[in-house]
Design a protein around this ligand. Structure first.
Ligand code: NAD
Length: 520
């Protein structure tokens, strides 16, 4: 992967450079153009996590005037866009999904360059977002349809339909740079809203590419705009009176604050937050080898930086920790663009240090270090943020490796005697994002899925991310707000129900006929 391979019309290059250089600054996207922000006195670095190189900069916010212009344009665009027939709006996404397919390679490269995950994994990132775009192509005949009941009283009928809200905003995390923005703006826009997206300041590239494709697909100006920055920009979004709804995905620290600020300012907020996902392995689990591979893939893929990453395995009456260790040792750590690499780098140097410290503290609190990835070396990439697969065996749920969302390639193993104990342990955990059970018994699986309080359950599958005809949910501390991303719930989040009860008194039959001009 070379910097010259990436399209750069959305970055402002220095006079004598092409492509990403440390002088390049991302523009924001408004009026279907890429615009330089005047807010360039405070820039944030975008780094390549595999090399540590600064590849571009991003403004830490927009100036107040720039942001107000973005808001005015969004409001104006909404007035027209809401009147465009839904069939016509969804037709736009037929072209958009075609363009995403056509440009998947470029999106994939931008993701790997800025996020670090492998190219194959980045392809999955784009694909899972694309599937949501596909559902936007049929929104008029599915989730946007309303209800009606004729004759609720004499001469009275009742209909309810879904209307767009207005200007909606999305605040995205670094770990799925294409998928999560695509969870947000396609459904919002297909439903008739205008959308302002703020990608993660660590991985803005794929959002800019998606904006470029939106222009190509024929999006009218300002139904989609993209702004940049971190906390300061987010505060502006949470407070602006034109914004009716905010979609957020990210950490608990940011999400709790955005939920409070957004709702305080009268907005709808859906916020998907952190996780601690457990898998339970029973003695009757089918095909040990396949289960071990599934656990290892789910724990260490994307260097554990997935909200649905597997962070805890609970063994009930079996002990496959050694098997996990042998399988994890086979994984290759390295830059995401190299063939054969399984585990890429962590997003920042700070993340790497944080994960190393948690492993150290876990050991000092009594955990047994089964596999230690802290000192992994990747030839030619001394400045990369690499940590190899790490496995800890721990007896106490008070240990930091069990308490914290680590968000790195660290798997914690626990042992209990019964399935009931395993379920109790999962239910006591504050998070409720995903969990899994490995068994060959249908009735045991049914018992587990009924008793467990986590809302995304995998049976013999370790990362149960719901397909786009369903919704991505999450429970307890993993979520704020009650309408979920994509699927029916996603469309409901971006729309409001209007109910019309109409009374049309009967006109006497005789007054309808006749050849004489009516004289009132
Ligand atoms: P993050 O919270 O640091 O950043 C997410 C977004 O919030 C970014 O756009 C960032 O600019 C902004 N932000 C950061 N700190 C903020 C603050 N204090 N106030 C206001 N805004 C702030 O998250 P991240 O590191 O980019 O992503 C990793 C986290 O996201 C993990 O906790 C992971 O579990 C979670 N996540 C959850 C899901 C889910 O569906 N539940 C999916 C993906 C990621």
């Amino acid at each position: 992967l070379s910097s010259s391979q990436t399209s750069t019309s959305f970055v402002l290059s220095s006079a004598d450079s092409n492509g990403f250089t440390s002088n390049s600054v991302y523009k924001y996207f408004s009026n279907n153009e890429f615009v330089s922000s005047s807010f360039e006195d405070k820039l944030l670095q975008v780094t390549n996590p595999a090399t540590g190189d600064v590849i571009a900069h991003v403004p830490s916010s927009l100036s107040p005037d720039e942001f107000q212009t973005v808001m005015d344009r969004a409001q104006e665009a909404f007035r027209t866009w809401r009147t465009v027939p839904p069939q016509q709006r969804q037709r736009l996404f037929l072209e958009y999904q075609r363009l995403i397919r056509q440009h998947t390679d470029e999106l994939e490269e931008l993701i790997t360059l800025e996020n670090g995950k492998t190219l194959a994994d980045a392809r999955g990132d784009v694909f899972r977002g694309l599937e949501v775009v596909e559902t936007a192509c049929q929104i008029a005949s599915s989730h946007l349809l309303g209800d009606s009941l004729a004759g609720v009283s004499r001469n009275m009928d009742c209909i309810s339909y879904r209307e767009p809200l207005g200007v909606c905003a999305g605040i995205a995390p670094f770990n799925f740079p294409a998928m999560i923005p695509l969870w947000m703006f396609p459904l919002a826009i297909a439903a008739g809203n205008a959308f302002v997206l703020k990608p993660s300041e660590k991985t803005p590239g794929s959002s800019m590419k998606l904006a470029q494709l939106a222009v190509e697909a024929g999006f009218p100006p300002n139904v989609l705009q993209v702004v940049h920055g971190s906390t300061e920009m987010v505060q502006k979004i949470c407070q602006h009176p034109y914004i009716r709804a905010i979609s957020f995905v990210g950490s608990n620290v940011a999400g709790e604050s955005i939920y409070q600020q957004g709702t305080l300012h009268g907005k709808r907020v859906q916020a998907n937050l952190g996780a601690k996902n457990h898998a339970v392995v029973l003695p009757d689990a089918m095909n040990k080898q396949a289960v071990v591979q599934a656990l290892v893939g789910a724990a260490f893929g994307a260097a554990g930086q997935r909200c649905m990453a597997l962070s805890v395995v609970i063994f009930v009456g079996v002990d496959w920790v050694d098997d996990l260790k042998h399988a994890a040792r086979e994984l290759t750590v390295g830059p995401g663009w190299e063939t054969g690499v399984d585990v890429g780098p962590l997003i920042t140097k700070e993340s790497k240090e944080r994960v190393k410290n948690i492993i150290g503290q876990a050991v000092s609190e009594g955990a047994e270090l089964i596999l230690d990835g802290r000192d992994v070396t990747v030839e030619g990439y001394r400045n990369g943020n690499f940590i190899g697969p790490t496995i800890l065996k721990c007896a106490s749920t008070k240990n930091i490796c069990y308490r914290e969302e680590i968000f790195g390639p660290v798997l914690t193993c626990l042992h209990v005697n019964t399935l009931e104990e395993a379920i109790a342990l999962i239910n006591e955990n504050p998070y409720g994002n995903g969990c899994a059970l490995f068994t060959s018994s249908g009735s045991t699986a049914r018992y587990f899925q009924n008793e467990v309080e986590v809302t995304q359950v995998g049976i013999n599958t370790p990362i149960p991310v719901p397909l786009p005809m369903f919704s991505f949910t999450g429970g307890k501390a993993s979520i704020r707000g009650d309408l979920n991303f994509y699927g029916k719930s996603g469309v409901h989040f971006y729309t409001t129900l209007k109910t019309v009860t109409s009374n049309w008194p009967e006109i006497p039959h005789s007054s309808l006929g006749g050849t004489t001009m009516p004289t009132m």
